[in-house]
Every structure is written in C-alpha cells, then in structure tokens.
Ligand binder design. Structure first.
Ligand code: ATP
Length: 350
C-alpha cells in the first residue's frame, strides 16, 4: 500500500477540466515533483491534497484512509507557498510556535520544538527578529520550519523557491532536500523549473493539460522521455522526424541526411517516426563521417559550452560543443556535418 494514493482525480473550474484522470502513488519518505508549464494543473492537484479544493472525481488516500471528508486542518499536512506567508507582527520564534499551538501541542513542548526547528534551518540566532528583518531565503526557511514543526504526515511545497534569486534558490533547494531526508517526510513539490525537479526529486510527474504525461525518476525522465512534450519540456531536446529505412541496420531518413537507429528500436521500413537527440549528443565531424549535413545559422557562446543553431532543411538542430571540439571551419553561413552515437537516439511515442 502506498503512503499517499491519488486515484482518478478530476477537477473542473466551470467548463474547463484542469485535472484529468490523475493517478499517483507516493511511498513513505518519497520526494515527488509535479513539473509542467503554467496552467497545467500542478497547484490544483496540490490544493486538492491539502484540502483547499474538493475533487469532482477520484479519491485521495493517506495511509490507506480517504481524506476527502476531512477539512484541511484535520489532514496533518504542512504546506509552504511561494509567498512566505509569515505573520508580520510575530517574531521568527512566534511564527514557528503558531503552528504548534494550532496543532494543540502541549505548551511545555513548544519552546524546545521551536528551538529544534530553528536549529535545523540554521536560524537559531535570529529567533527574536521579525519577518521584515529577514532576507527572502531566511523567511522561506522560517516558513519551512513552521510547516514541519507540528510533525505533519505530508509536506506540500508550492513553488517555494520561485521568488528567490538564483544563488539562494540553488542553496535552499539543497537544504530543503536535506531537511526532508532527515525528517523522512513524504513530500509533494510543485515547480515549473526542470533543473529544480531533476536535482531534488526521487520521482518526477511531468504534467500536460491536467494529465500526468510521464512519471519516472529524474534519470528516466531525462534520458528516456516518453513523448515529444516531455522531451521538449525537459531540457532542450531536438526532435527529428523521418521515415525508417533498412539496410544492414535501421536508419531514419530525415531532413539533412540519415540517422542510424539503435538495434532496440522496433521500427519497420517505411514507418514515419519521431526521435529525440540531445544537443550534446550531436557532434561536428568531417563530411564523410557525418550522417546529417546542414548550415550553421547562429553560434551562441554560453560559457561552459558553445551552442550552434544548424538548419537541416526546415528543421533547426541545436548542437552543444566544448570550445576544444569546435573545428576552426565552423562559421556562420558555412556547411557542417554532424554525427550522433546510435545509443543516444531516443524514441518518442507521441
Ligand atoms: P502555475 O505554475 O501558473 O501556478 P499550475 O500548473 O499550478 O500553473 P493551476 O494553478 O493548477 O496551474 O491552474 C490550472 C488552471 O485552472 C489554470 O488555467 C487556472 O487559471 C485555473 N484555475 C485554478 N484555480 C481556479 C479557480 N479557483 N477558479 C477558476 N479557475 C481556476
């Protein structure tokens, strides 16, 4: 039995179905991200688990029990929002204590628990400050301490890092994950940031139009995107369409030439398919070695690597290379040949 079970969840606002046939099971202690573009229904799923929205269809079970008849404050759930939502008139310590009082924790236990939580988020020295005396990152740590202080069964995080600047965001995501592991608390995290989801999660649910498009570990989602949508949303993937041909081995006839296909592909000659190729899997090479031939349209220096925009017929491919791999002959408007390792060609199902 899973710790949290969401089955066939559905929710409409007026005529618009924003969550459809949504199934997800979380194991105890798991950190699962809901990832997808704005408006795909992530927050609505989270709000249904929290008890702020009622599903039209389906069930939400925690430890085997349906929580649909429980109010939000009966579900033993901690939540952190994008806006820190701290009480401005209460100190850091009072903010954390507030949740404990609401949860009717015995008063003798409150101060030690507040201290323990503030130690955990590294803010023990700031417990007498007010929220306006804290940075955004510190306020979000207080919000996290407040959410987990009552020892909830489940932690829900709704884009908690979005309002912070890039450096703090990276530092705080590592801290949140460390605290989540330390407490072993089952966590559902909403984000539209691929890097955040890939770096933090045990599993990721990629959502599209209210549905779970793919559920898998970060490695599975990144290395084996099931659909064109997932491929496009996770990182910058090239989608190449073409018709399967077969000689000694299978290949894809596509704009710019042909791509050798992995032996594992179950594709028959003549079939029209789409494959995905990562920008770093395409390598510039000599004309004789190359399966694909195109014209360099644009060269972008991105610090750690250089990204070439190469047109092959109507398709533009992105090619990421290190400076040392870039031949001197690569110039805007000039021809280029590309090769790709067969096992780096990914099959897309839709
Ligand atoms: P974002 O990342 O922008 O928050 P999201 O994936 O979390 O997006 P939701 O907030 O779940 O998306 O919203 C999904 C859709 O439902 C959106 O089109 C939104 O406008 C709509 N919606 C959400 N809440 C309500 C509501 N209470 N009434 C009407 N429509 C709503």
């Amino acid at each position: 039995m899973a710790f949290i079970d969401l089955t066939s969840l559905g929710k409409s606002f007026g005529p618009t179905a924003v969550v459809r046939d949504f199934d997800l099971a979380l194991e105890k202690g798991e950190f699962v991200s809901l990832l997808g573009p704005s408006g795909c229904g992530k927050t609505t799923v989270l709000r249904m688990v929290a008890g702020f929205e009622t599903p039209d269809r389906g069930d939400i079970r925690i430890e085997g029990q349906s929580v649909l008849r429980q109010r939000a404050n009966q579900r033993q759930i901690g939540m952190v929002f994008q806006s820190y939502a701290l009480f401005p008139n209460l100190t850091v310590a009072e903010n954390v204590a507030f949740g404990l009082r609401v949860a009717k924790v015995a008063s003798a236990e409150i101060t030690p628990r507040v201290n323990e939580m503030l130690d955990m988020v590294g803010l023990a020295a700031m417990k007498e400050r007010y929220p306006y005396q804290l940075s955004g990152g510190q306020q979000q740590r207080v919000a996290l301490a407040r959410a987990v202080a009552p020892r909830p069964r489940v932690l829900l995080l709704d884009e908690p890092l979005s309002a912070l600047d890039a450096k703090i965001r990276v530092a705080l995501r590592t801290e949140i994950r460390a605290i989540q592991r330390q407490l072993g608390i089952t966590t559902l995290f909403v984000t539209h940031d691929q890097e955040e989801a890939l770096s933090m999660s045990d599993r990721i649910v990629v959502m599209n139009g209210g549905r779970a498009e793919q559920i898998g570990t970060p490695e599975e989602i990144y290395n084996r995107p099931a659909t064109r949508f997932v491929a496009g949303f996770i990182g910058t993937l090239n989608v190449v369409e073409g018709q399967v041909g077969r000689e000694a081995r299978a290949f894809l006839n596509c704009a710019g030439g042909r791509l050798a296909l992995p032996d594992t592909f179950d594709a028959s000659a003549g079939e029209k398919i789409a494959v995905a190729v990562r920008p770093q899997s395409l390598r510039p090479c000599s004309v004789e070695m190359g399966g694909l031939h195109g014209i360099v349209r644009h060269v972008e220096f991105l610090g750690a690597f250089t990204r070439l925009h190469v047109s092959c017929g109507q398709t533009t491919l992105l090619v990421d290379c290190f400076a040392r791999d870039l031949a001197a002959t690569v110039r805007v408007g000039g021809p280029i040949s590309l090769t790709v390792a067969t096992d780096e060609v990914l099959r897309l199902s839709a």
